[in-house]
Design a protein around this ligand. Structure first.
Ligand SMILES: CC(C)(COP(=O)(O)OP(=O)(O)OC[C@H]1O[C@@H](n2cnc3c(N)ncnc32)[C@H](O)[C@@H]1OP(=O)(O)O)[C@@H](O)C(=O)NCCC(=O)NCCS
Length: 179
């Protein structure tokens, strides 16, 4: 049976407390504010182009998920949205494309890895066995995220974009350390 994703409180290695929970329709304003606060480089690496503002319809689309074929986890610090990890089922139906973005001040602190592991666990519970991430070739932090988290990544080049593909180990939520 499909597990309902739950809210979870974690602490980063530096002690910062983070709440991770599924995205909600009510997150639209917080998501737009989060996006406005991202640096040019962070937006470019996430959207593969210039995308300074998130329109309301786009934000609504990101927040309205079915939690089966599309889901997203948000990381909250002091009631501010500081990170998002999302997945969308593609073809074949056991594969999901994933994407991550953290507020600049929360990058390189281990939060990306925490979200990747939680997202993989949630995807696995939904019958996903393989993750795919499309990454700009110079995006070293993202190129390292999944391999460093323990995923066995296969790499290919698709139109100048690096495509990482990896199986989700059974019970990814417990097979890896939380951080
Ligand atoms: C891609 C992205 C999500 C990766 O997140 P990240 O913060 O770099 O990755 P992690 O959370 O795993 O942090 C790893 C770094 O933090 C360090 N770190 C500190 N504490 C840590 C902990 N407890 N656990 C793991 N790493 C920790 C690691 O040593 C590592 O540093 P290094 O790269 O210098 O070796 C983030 O960089 C980001 O939002 N980038 C902009 C958007 C983007 O590129 N999205 C990808 C499109 S798919």
């Amino acid at each position: 049976m499909l597990k309902v994703m739950e809210m979870e409180n974690i602490a980063l290695a530096d002690g910062t407390e983070i709440r991770i929970r599924p995205i909600e329709p009510g997150d639209v304003a917080a998501l737009m504010e989060f996006h406005e606060g991202l640096s040019f480089g962070t937006v470019y690496r996430r959207f593969f182009g210039i995308h300074p503002h998130l329109g309301i319809h786009e934000a609504e689309h990101f927040c309205e998920v079915d939690n089966v074929n599309r889901l997203a986890l948000v990381a909250m610090a002091d009631d501010s949205l500081v990170g998002i990890a999302r997945m969308e089922r593609v073809e074949p139906a056991t594969t999901a494309e994933v994407a991550f973005v953290l507020a600049d001040r929360f990058q390189h602190r281990g939060l990306g890895r925490v979200l990747a592991l939680r997202l993989a666990a949630a995807a696995s519970e939904r019958g996903i066995t393989e993750l795919v991430a499309d990454i700009l070739p110079d995006n070293l932090p993202m190129l390292r995220l999944l391999p460093d988290a323990g995923f066995a990544v296969t790499v290919s080049l698709v139109g100048g974009i690096v495509r990482q593909t990896c199986p989700i180990p059974i019970q990814a939520g417990t097979a890896f350390p939380a951080q």
